[in-house]
Design a protein around this ligand. Structure first.
Ligand code: SF4
Length: 382
């Protein structure tokens, strides 16, 4: 997708790739952000876009449903195996599109059972996803960009800068590989866009990926089981909720404009108070609530005064507060608040009437925990 200029934080690295969005079959289709020179991938198309394409090719719409079923219900990866299509259509599709597979370079298993996948992309870059087992839940954390331009100071991914947006097929591919890896009896119960990248800076591609994942005749992931996390890009937050039914998580991390600007540079453009005012107006479904993420940094945002301000800022909102112990990384400048401090912070917020969770750190020994993605494999192994 075209990353809108206004969605890039000042001072952050600008995206290198360009893209073009066009309407196809009533759906927005984005091309051009993927690996340079690659043939378009049929898995970048939503079902409405595929139907539109069939119409343009003079084929009946049901052909799109047949292709869709081969791709996502039966898992076929070659057009020539789609035996219910005519031979001519198979040949035309094969001449115009490829069907991608996302090669797994490495799966690293942490002591707590968390698994980190390192995927190789066609342009030689790599991206990560993390599969987190937790009782009956199996959560997949996917990346939406290679790197990130938002430069949050407590995040290794942001520390490393931005390379490019991921295409829908590269996002859905993470799910397909992880689901196959999980095995027959296991099912991914939850999916979070909290890996590398700011999902809403790659909005069209992320929405197309969500459309593909949630299509009932294919992978059929419930949108209520998908959470998209953002630093708070206000127009894109509104658009995401207008075009999908997913859950929203907002990275807050501070209770004053000055501290948030220091930690999350995009706060210069969309300040804390404007962000919270927008959140109050968003059309959140009755049974849903916004999750506010708050990384606990010793001596930075974890005082009693911070806790009182946080309670005041969120008063009257239907929300969950997710306190995240900071995961240190080499070159990083922060320390996590001690766990007893985090627990006291949580308890006081609970007595103010808030639903509060403390995120358990998962997969830190293989750099799979929150804010730790983007470390290269040789660095991990060293
Ligand atoms: S926290 Fe999210 S938005 Fe901020 S730098 Fe890291 S990946 Fe980017």
């Amino acid at each position: 997708m075209a990353v809108e200029a206004e969605s890039q934080p000042s001072g952050a690295l600008a995206p290198q790739a360009s893209s073009a969005t066009e309407m196809r079959g009533g759906a927005r289709v984005t091309e051009g952000d993927g690996p340079p020179g690659a043939m378009p991938d049929v898995r970048d198309l939503s079902l409405p876009a595929l139907r539109g394409l069939m119409g343009e090719m003079g084929e009946p719409a049901y052909r799109a449903d047949q292709v869709w079923s081969f791709l996502y219900a039966r898992g076929h990866v070659r057009f020539e195996e789609m035996h219910t299509l005519t031979k001519a259509l198979r040949a035309t599709l094969a001449a115009r599109f490829r069907i991608s597979a996302l090669p797994v370079l490495e799966v690293t298993r942490a002591r707590d059972g968390t698994e980190k996948f390192l995927f190789g992309l066609e342009d030689g870059r790599a991206v990560e996803a993390v599969l987190i087992p937790d009782g009956r839940r199996l959560t997949l954390c996917v990346s939406s960009q290679v790197g990130c331009a938002y430069a949050c100071r407590f995040c290794l991914t942001g520390f490393r800068g931005f390379a490019r947006n991921l295409q829908p097929s590269e996002i859905v591919g993470q799910y397909l590989v992880a689901a196959a890896h999980a095995g027959e009896g296991a099912r991914i119960t939850n999916m979070v866009f909290m890996g590398q990248g700011e999902p809403l800076a790659n909005l069209d591609n992320v929405i197309t990926a969500i459309d593909i994942l949630t299509e009932p005749t294919g992978l059929s992931v419930s949108p209520r089981r998908i959470t998209v996390s953002t630093v708070g890009l206000l127009p894109q937050m509104r658009e995401l909720l207008a075009r999908t039914k997913v859950e929203l998580a907002v990275s807050l991390h501070a209770t004053t404009e000055a501290t948030r600007t220091d930690l999350v540079p995009s706060n210069r453009r969309y300040g804390l108070h404007a962000l919270l005012a927008t959140c109050r107006e968003l059309p959140i479904a009755k049974r849903s609530r916004i999750t506010y993420e708050y990384t606990m940094l010793a001596g930075v945002n974890d005082s009693d005064e911070d806790r009182r301000r946080l309670a005041k800022l969120l008063r009257g909102t239907r929300c969950t507060i997710n306190l995240i112990p900071f995961n240190p990384f080499p070159g990083g400048e922060f320390r996590s608040s001690p766990i007893d401090r985090i627990e006291r912070f949580a308890e006081a917020l609970r007595s103010d009437g808030y639903a509060v969770m403390i995120r358990r750190t998962r997969g830190a020994d293989v750099f799979a925990a929150c804010g730790m993605l983007g470390r290269t494999q040789p660095e991990i192994n060293s």
